[in-house]
Design a protein around this ligand. Sequence first.
Ligand code: NAP
Ligand code: GDP
Length: 317
Amino acid sequence: MGEKKVILVTGGSGLVGQGIRMAAEKNPVADEEFIYLTSRDADLTNREETKAAFEKHKPTHVIHLAAKVGGLYGNMRANLQFFRTNMQINDNVLSVAHEMGCKKVVSCLSTCIFPDKTTYPIDETMVHNGPPHDSNFGYSYAKRMIDVMNRGFNSDGSVCFTSVVPTNVFGPFDNFNLEEGHVMPGLIHKIYKCKRDNTPLTVWGTGSALRQFIYSVDLGKLFLWVLRNYNETAPIILSVSEEDEISIKRAAELVAQGYDFKGEFIYDTTRSDGQHKKTASNKKLLQLHPEFKFTPIDQAIRETCQWFEANYEIARK
Ligand code: NAP
Ligand code: GDP
């Protein structure tokens, strides 16, 4: 047995944190203890509370997920808050982890932080190549600074601070709030109500934007693989393949299938489409972890629809 790892997961109550919990509980490893932190345990925008949480749990490793997170429309309304809150959280978590001697920190970036004007597919070398899309510049610049801090903290070679770049995530425990959340939980919430109330579905935007979606259950498994096996400073993209990118219209059709909803679709084109696409390459991931199998998207959506229906009363909405 190796040395015991105490792994502190910031943002442990959220979509990605719960995906990691499910993966860790399914395949437990004897020398790993996971602690899932929520904002009730510590407000990570506050340095003293961050320090107290680290002093209490004494982690050797950190998976850093905690963030102000939102979909396109939430970001457009509050870019400055997304920037300031996430800068505060990231600076506190990474600097306190370093101060307390944590050996490894895996932080979470996102494919929406890549340059807006770019060549495709996007890869890990392109994070800082040009301005991000205007719709979420605050969130994007704050996330990019994690990569800058990682390089700084790793400069003496004594620790491994790294980051992963997931595409659009969905699954159980997502934020199903319509105005603040991402598209997949938004469509699941809307179509659940359309089916229940026998009303048409309104999709926001033209439906032509393209996205790669990753199931939180798959992402949880990949996070554990990164924690155990990936030791570069440079980020690694965690994504399905480029061929699996789908339009928002197709995503809505798949959710409709998940609920057996056969009603009308209306496209509200007064709403922004956001970035048209951010097609990312998973070549690096597949080279390092070729045996990984992603859950088929129709199955992942069906399971998430079932989770939302079964947990309607407690789901964030
Ligand atoms: P989420 O479901 O909204 O969860 C956010 C988590 O952060 C919650 O556990 C929340 O705690 C915690 N948190 C927020 N503010 C905090 C604060 N001030 N102090 C302490 N904890 C705080 O978000 P998610 O989708 O799981 O996102 C996790 C990570 O993945 C984020 O870094 C996000 O940028 C990244 N990511 C997400 C997506 C996506 O599509 N969702 C895509 C790419 C990357 P409470 O539950 O107590 O509020
Ligand atoms: P993004 O991937 O960072 O842009 O954020 P989202 O996950 O919020 O996805 C936004 C895309 O989905 C845009 O093209 C929207 O026009 C489209 N969309 C369609 N319906 C919805 C909805 O109900 N909620 C959200 N958030 N986006 C929607």
